[in-house]
Ligand binder design. Structure first.
Ligand code: DGL
Length: 271
C-alpha cells in the first residue's frame, strides 16, 4: 500500500511531512519534478503534460491515489485530469479544497449553498499560474459570499527556495507582502497558496503582522487525506515502500530536502 505525493519540486515536502506524521502506517512515494520547476511560469498545457507524466510514474510504484501537493498543478491540470484523463481505479486529489473548507469553516463534503463567513478580507499568495487561473476564487465562491480576495503573484520565490537561497527568498517575501498590503492594507487572513511557501511561513507572518491569521496547507491536507482513506480504504495502492523520486540531480535535491525537513532524505532518479 502506498500513496503518491507529487510536486514540481521541494514544496510538496511540507505536505509529505504532515501526511506521514498523521498516517505513519502508510508508505508515501514522493515525486519532485525539480528539473522542470518552477511550474508557476508555465502555461496550462505544459503543466498538464508534466503533471500527468509524473502521475503515471507514481502508478508504476503501486500508487492508485496521487495527491497533487502543488497548487499550480491543482489549479491548472487537476480538473482536466479528473474529467478526461484518469483511468478507472485511479484518483488524483488536489490541495485547494481542504484549505478553502478551513477558511470557510466547513466540514468535509458540506455542499450547502455559499454563506457569510468570519473572514472578509483575504490575502492570497501564490504562483503566477495559480493567480492567473483564478481557481482559488472559483472554489471560494462555491462556499462563501462577501469575501474580498486580493491575490499577489510571488514571482521568483519558488526559484529562490529551490536554489536554497533563503536570503533572497526572505527579501522576496517582504517585497511581495508589501505589494499586497498596498492593495489591501488590512487583511484578516492570508493564504499561502503554494506548497513551497510554508517553508517561509515565519517570514510571511512577520511581514504581515501577528494579527493576520496565516493558513497553510500541510496539516489541513493531512487531515483531509486521513478522512478520505478512512472512507476509501481501497485507494491505498499496492506499493509497499516509501521513496523519494526526482527528475533533478538526486544528490543536490537530497541535500536541499535534508535541510528543509531537518532529517536525512535520499532521492533517487525518477527515470
Ligand atoms: N509548490 C508549487 C505550488 O504549490 C509549485 C510552484 C511552482 O513550481 O512554481 O504551486
Amino acid at each position: 500500500m502506498a500513496v503518491g505525493i507529487f510536486d514540481s519540486g521541494l514544496g510538496g515536502l511540507t505536505v509529505l511531512d504532515a501526511v506521514s506524521k498523521r498516517l505513519p502506517e502508510v508508505p508515501f512515494v514522493y515525486f519532485g519534478d525539480n528539473m522542470h520547476a518552477p511550474y508557476g511560469v508555465r502555461d496550462a498545457d505544459d503543466v498538464f503534460n508534466l503533471t500527468t507524466r509524473a502521475t503515471e510514474r507514481l502508478w508504476e510504484e503501486g500508487c492508485d491515489l496521487v495527491i497533487l501537493a502543488c497548487n499550480t498543478a491543482s489549479a491548472a491540470a487537476l480538473r482536466r485530469m479528473q474529467e478526461s484523463w484518469l483511468p478507472q481505479g485511479k484518483r488524483a486529489l488536489g490541495v485547494f479544497v481542504p484549505l478553502i473548507e478551513a477558511l470557510t469553516e466547513r466540514q468535509w463534503g458540506d455542499n450547502s449553498p455559499p454563506r457569510e463567513v468570519n473572514v472578509k478580507h483575504v490575502a492570497l499568495f501564490a504562483t503566477p499560474a495559480t493567480v492567473a487561473s483564478r481557481a482559488f476564487q472559483r472554489e471560494l465562491a462555491f462556499r462563501a459570499i462577501g469575501v474580498d480576495v486580493e491575490a499577489q503573484s510571488c514571482g521568483g520565490l519558488v526559484d529562490a527556495i529551490e536554489e536554497g537561497d533563503m536570503i533572497l527568498a526572505e527579501a522576496l517575501v517582504r517585497s511581495h507582502t508589501d505589494a499586497l498590503l498596498r492593495k489591501m492594507p488590512h487583511p484578516d487572513a492570508a493564504i499561502l497558496g503554494c506548497t513551497h511557501y510554508p517553508l517561509m511561513e515565519r517570514e510571511f507572518q512577520a511581514a504581515l503582522g501577528a494579527h493576520v491569521k496565516v493558513f497553510s496547507q500541510a496539516n489541513l491536507v493531512a487531515e483531509s487525506l486521513a478522512d478520505y482513506l478512512e472512507r476509501h480504504p481501497v485507494m491505498i495502492g499496492e506499493g509497499s515502500a516509501s521513496k523519494f523520486l526526482t527528475t533533478g540531480d538526486p544528490l543536490r535535491v537530497s541535500g536541499h530536502a535534508t535541510n528543509f525537513l531537518r532529517r536525512p532524505v535520499s532521492f533517487e532518479a525518477a527515470f
